[in-house]
Design a binder for this molecule. Structure first.
Ligand code: AMP
Length: 229
């Protein structure tokens, strides 16, 4: 995709756990030289480093519940104030509640509009994926589905393990929390000309191509309508 001079690609990825948001966000961000901001990664890093944030968020995350809105809004507000986000960013895992979405809209005042892409995947496929997903114990990278069998991270050689919140009971809780607290975000955003849905049940390369096309189309729609976030 060609980057239009002066227009930032401010992308938000929506979708349930296991939809492939993280993998696709990482890929799109890398290809376009944009920072990927994953609130789940920020929290897992904080737990790993045993910071005060990590210590207070740990029990919540491992139970499948959501960390408080104020904490999350503070983290993302600080991150979006950094200059590397000026050309755009890819948000993965935020917002997750309507209160977070409203706060994000306030943070975007005076910046280019948000481009919102929802990744849709049937529930049975989500449960299957989450049950087999592996991440690197060392660098936190998601192993592509199927690579878990090697037991070794392709990026850094670290050991692949199951995420602590991917065990069956917690997966069921996380999907419930998604339907109750995060699905309303689709209603919140879908009236905008910069909202798109894509089919996340396809092979990863197809999803990546659809994502890039959806972002391009949504970005053009925003420009035509002169919408500003
Ligand atoms: P993720 O890696 O995006 O699936 O996030 C893992 C866990 O981190 C979630 O189940 C929540 O407990 C917590 N978390 C991540 N992002 C948020 C957010 N925006 N609001 C609240 N909790 C979050």
């Amino acid at each position: 995709m060609r980057k239009r001079a002066g227009v930032a690609l401010n992308v938000v990825m929506l979708g349930p756990p296991g939809a492939g948001k993280g993998t696709q966000a990482e890929r799109f961000a890398r290809t376009h030289g944009l920072p990927k901001i994953s609130t789940g990664d920020i929290l897992r890093e904080a737990i790993h480093a045993d910071t005060p944030l990590g210590r207070s968020a740990k029990t919540t995350i491992y139970s499948g519940a959501l960390v408080g809105d104020d904490v999350m809004i503070g983290i993302v507000g600080e991150r979006l104030s950094r200059p590397d986000t000026r050309p755009g960013f890819v948000l993965d895992g935020f917002p997750r509640t309507v209160a977070q979405a409203e706060a994000l809209d306030r943070l975007m005042a005076g910046r280019d509009p948000l481009i919102i892409v929802e990744i849709v995947v049937p529930e049975a496929e989500l449960v299957r994926r989450l049950g087999t997903r592996m991440i690197c114990e060392h660098c936190g990278a998601n192993a592509p589905i199927g690579d878990g069998a090697t037991g070794v991270c392709a990026r850094c050689g670290g050991r692949l393990v199951q995420r602590a919140d991917d065990n069956q009971a917690v997966v069921i809780e996380r999907l419930k929390v998604y339907h109750q607290q995060s699905e309303p975000l689709v209603e919140y955003f879908k009236v905008r000309p910069t909202f798109r849905s894509i089919d996340g049940a396809q092979p990863p390369d197809r999803v990546a191509a659809d994502l890039a096309a959806a972002i391009e189309a949504a970005g053009n729609g925003a420009l035509r309508q002169g919408v500003r976030g």
